[in-house]
Design a protein around this ligand. Structure first.
Ligand code: B12
Ligand code: SF4
Ligand code: SF4
Length: 328
């Protein structure tokens, strides 16, 4: 990986970054595809993609008028993925255990701020706005514009050298930097259809390179907080109870990055219990443990991790156990 102005590549590597790119383009190349997707109601229950925030995604300047440039970083979770594949564990998505078991929204925000703190002294009037998943920004498209990869048929942003096991985090800035802007990569999927064929719920449309969100296991297990029927085909999955990595695990572009990676699952000491929850307890016992907590109690217990999102009813649905309707 190359140095970034006065920030050397060793420092970036120490933050878990495997690649970075730069763009001055605020308008996504694929807004039209996104707009069509929402018009066809393929976002399902993910209303934050279709409400008043939808049009904000047409130009970063809608949310950050001072925008002049973006630094886009790829934060890897290859090590936890390798450990999971080596140990035949597919219960939870690799990203969720990849940042010490902590919620990446907090962990990576701090890392992005550390990078900005190194850039700022070189340019006193430099300001930043962090884009990390929750802002109305088409982040895969931002990474595309920064020259970091292409949209795979599974809709993931894939990097030729690093595959797709990474989180995209960006510094949007009010100044241009003395850097060359990225070139949009070509398609490297070719005739491959491995992800389309492996998806147990047929959620991938290879023509549009988008998902039918309501059929995706990730939507069902992370974003559905109430009792709901599982998408057709869920029973053919590998036992996923939080997120899904199937369409990435079969992608040939993820083979090489995992070979060079070290298998490791390093959790923050206070979160070591997650191993017991997901890899040791039978699902029925985990369900009983969750059942015994109130929704508020469960959320508090899991606070600071990605796992507080589904809530009690959501978790019991994932574990296929009917929740106690009287509990709150
Ligand atoms: C909503 C959402 C979801 C939804 C919907 C996913 C989806 N594919 O839309 C659900 C809950 C299913 C989900 C699941 C996952 N997600 Co998610 N999710 C998002 C979120 C918040 C918005 C995505 C979005 O705008 N979707 C709308 C659709 C239409 O956009 P899209 O899928 O990116 O499709 C683009 C391409 O298809 C392209 N396109 C299509 N045809 C063509 C043709 C041409 C010529 C061109 C140029 C482009 C093009 O245009 C579309 C619009 O940009 C982003 C964060 C963000 N703010 O961007 C994270 C994000 C996409 N998710 C991420 C991750 C890690 C995941 C999971 C791996 C988590 C897991 N293990 O369970 C799965 C992966 C599932 C999958 N195969 O996509 C990462 C992806 C990193 C990467 N390498 O791509 C993101 C970027 C978060 C982050 N900051 O890192 N996610
Ligand atoms: S994340 Fe799983 S369910 Fe969703 S598209 Fe990929 S393989 Fe299918
Ligand atoms: S599995 Fe094949 S078709 Fe799917 S994203 Fe990877 S290379 Fe593209």
């Amino acid at each position: 990986m190359k140095d970034l102005l006065n920030v050397n590549s060793e420092f970036l590597t120490s933050l878990g970054i495997v690649d970075w790119g730069y763009t001055e383009e605020s308008v996504p190349a694929s807004y039209h595809q996104y707009d069509n997707w929402v018009k066809r109601e393929l976002h399902g229950s993910l209303t934050y993609l279709s409400d008043h925030r939808k049009d904000l995604r047409s130009d970063i300047k809608n949310i950050y008028p001072e925008f002049k440039s973006a630094l886009v970083f790829l934060f890897s979770y290859q090590e936890s993925k390798k450990w999971m594949l080596d140990n035949n564990h597919h219960e939870v998505a690799a990203y969720s255990m990849g940042f010490g078991g902590e919620d990446y929204h907090y962990v990576l925000k701090t890392r992005l701020e550390k990078i900005f703190d190194k850039l700022k002294p070189e340019n006193a009037s430099l300001e930043r706005f962090i884009s990390l998943d929750t802002q109305p920004v088409l982040e895969r498209d931002l990474a595309l514009r920064a020259g970091l990869g292409w949209f795979g048929k599974n809709s993931m942003l894939i990097n030729q050298r690093e595959g797709s096991y990474f989180i995209i985090g960006s510094l949007l800035m009010n100044q241009k930097l003395n850097l060359t802007t990225g070139e949009i990569d070509n398609d490297h999927c070719g005739q491959c259809l491995a992800c389309v064929e492996a998806c147990p719920t047929n959620a991938i449309n290879p023509e549009t390179r988008t998902l039918i969100a309501s059929q995706c296991i990730s939507t069902f297990t992370i974003e559905t907080f109430k009792e709901a029927p599982a998408p057709e085909g869920f029973e053919k999955s590998r036992g996923e109870i939080f997120g899904c990595d199937i369409c990435q695990d079969v992608c040939p572009w993820n083979r090489k990055p995992l070979i060079k990676s070290i298998a490791a699952l390093s959790l923050k000491p206070s979160l070591e219990f997650l191993k017991n929850w997901f890899y040791e307890l039978p699902k029925k016992d985990l369900a009983n443990l969750i059942e015994a907590k109130t929704n508020r109690g469960l959320k508090k217990f899991l606070q600071g991790t990605p796992f507080d999102r589904p809530g009690k009813i959501g978790w019991l649905k994932n574990l296929k156990v009917k929740p106690n309707q009287n509990d709150s």
